[in-house]
Design a protein around this ligand. Structure first.
Ligand code: GLY
Ligand code: MN
Ligand code: MN
Length: 439
């Protein structure tokens, strides 16, 4: 059961409406996605749509209307249908949706085409996802055009605005309920990572650890994983988006696991890197402790007022210095940073917003292009990594083939931060101890 209720969704809609002067907002549900021929991926609602109404079915629309005098919310849903109920399960239908959702009107989606023109009549602005080309949006634009060409209609749509920016700005600051859902996701992900550490041994396949983590997620009732799991033994960790997970885990190698579940549509996003056989080699430990040190320092710098751009720059300085300390890069840190040589071993950013999406598409900059300052309620991952390819002969042999990332989910609080995933084994000692335990 989601911790969010109808009142939460209603107040989000009110907030969205307060950020527009007048006009019509159209939000669309996600389309089902074909996997192959007539099979589909499990349905996942659009995050923006879900955020504004909590409705989980496909083929649905939310329309918000604002005039100088009043506002109105209209939900369009698929009607209840016996045939659909038999094959795919019962839909809520118009009456039940009207009883549950705190919207002014609920209509049959099949009546959208005939109603949209009246909804748009005498309005001057339309708010949509500008990059969406669904038949609903095309229909709305066509209706706006017809109204424009109709005599007697005095006011016409003369501007189409992006609504996603407004919603995603709202999504930046998480409510207490949203933070609780993220914590639920993180708690289960913690369990899965710990079990993977306990299970790991040479000879297992990457997919065996992946399968066990999926089992932990699904057994506890998680509806989905936040993203495709990465279980990368040895040099596979140096392929950043390695998702094959088919290889054997070898004695003496590390395994990097970036895997996490979603809970009530809220993501977690966690990476741990640990020795397949439970004991770090001296070289692995040296690199691991460097990455860990960077991660801890970056997290410690997080508090309201700090800019994300500054944090990125700070993390690059720390990573560059770590690479110099390891003897992997040679020269002055400042010069190496300018020529971006550290990027060869640490190519990705320090972290990203997280919420209803693992990469929450919330803005990183303000309208002037200035990096946003952290505010209490924001959630960002912190995930530094050092990746040394097995074939990199410019690096001492003992370090070749080592790829390490450590990723936690951090909530900005009034006074600083809370590491939501602090319970997951992370120091060398904690990780080695966890690896010795049995499931
Ligand atoms: N798992 C995706 C990421 O770390 O960004
Ligand atoms: Mn991440
Ligand atoms: Mn990740």
């Amino acid at each position: 059961m989601s911790l969010m209720n109808e009142i939460h969704y209603e107040s989000r809609r009110e907030k969205l409406l307060s950020s527009v002067e007048e006009g019509v907002i159209i939000l669309t549900s996600a389309s089902p996605k074909t996997r192959s021929n007539d099979t589909e991926y499990p349905y996942r609602q659009s995050s923006d749509f879900y955020y504004m109404c909590g409705f989980q079915e496909d083929n649905a629309l939310l329309i918000l209307v604002k005039t100088k005098e009043a506002t109105k919310s209209i939900l369009f849903v698929e009607p209840y249908n016996e045939e659909h109920a038999l094959w795919n399960g019962a839909r809520l239908g118009v009456q039940k949706a009207q009883a549950i959702f705190r919207v002014d009107e609920v209509h049959d989606i099949n009546n959208y085409a005939s109603l949209i023109k009246d909804i748009l009549r005498e309005h001057i602005a339309l708010y949509i996802d500008l990059f969406e080309d669904s038949s609903w949006i095309i229909q709305a634009k066509n209706s706006a055009k017809e109204l424009h060409e109709t005599r007697g209609v005095k006011r016409h749509i003369k501007a189409i605005h992006d609504v996603t920016h407004l919603i995603r700005t709202q999504r930046l600051i998480k409510s207490n309920e949203e933070i609780s859902e993220i914590k639920n996701a993180v708690a289960l992900t913690a369990k899965a990572h710990h079990e993977a550490m306990k299970l790991s041994k040479p000879g297992l396949h990457e997919y065996e650890l992946q399968a066990h983590m999926s089992y932990v997620f699904q057994r506890a009732g998680a509806q989905a994983e936040s993203y495709g799991a990465i279980v990368a033994g040895g040099n596979n960790a140096n392929t950043l988006h390695y998702i094959d997970n088919r290889d054997v885990l070898r004695d003496g190698d590390l395994v990097l696991i970036d895997a996490a579940c979603e809970w009530e549509l809220y993501a977690s996003d966690i990476t741990r890197t640990f020795p397949v056989n439970g004991r770090f080699t001296a070289a692995q430990r040296t690199v691991y402790e460097k990455v860990l040190d960077v991660q801890l320092r970056v997290i410690d710098a997080m508090k309201p007022g700090v800019k994300r751009d500054w944090l990125q720059q700070y993390s690059e300085e720390l990573l560059c210095q770590a690479l110099i300390d390891l003897g992997i890069l040679k020269g002055e840190c400042k010069t190496l940073l300018e020529s971006k040589e550290h990027k060869k071993y640490s190519p990705h950013g320090i972290g990203h917003w997280m919420g209803l999406d693992v990469h929450d598409p919330c803005p990183y900059v303000d309208d002037e292009g200035e990096s946003l300052q952290f505010v209490a309620g924001m959630v960002m991952t912190i995930e530094p990594g050092i990746y040394i390819r097995a074939d990199d002969e410019t690096v001492e042999e003992k370090y070749r083939g080592i790829g390490i990332r450590i990723e936690d989910d951090i909530l900005i609080t009034q006074n600083g931060y809370e590491n939501l995933s602090a319970m997951i084994a992370k120091t060398v000692e904690e990780v080695e101890n966890m690896c010795q335990e049995s499931v």
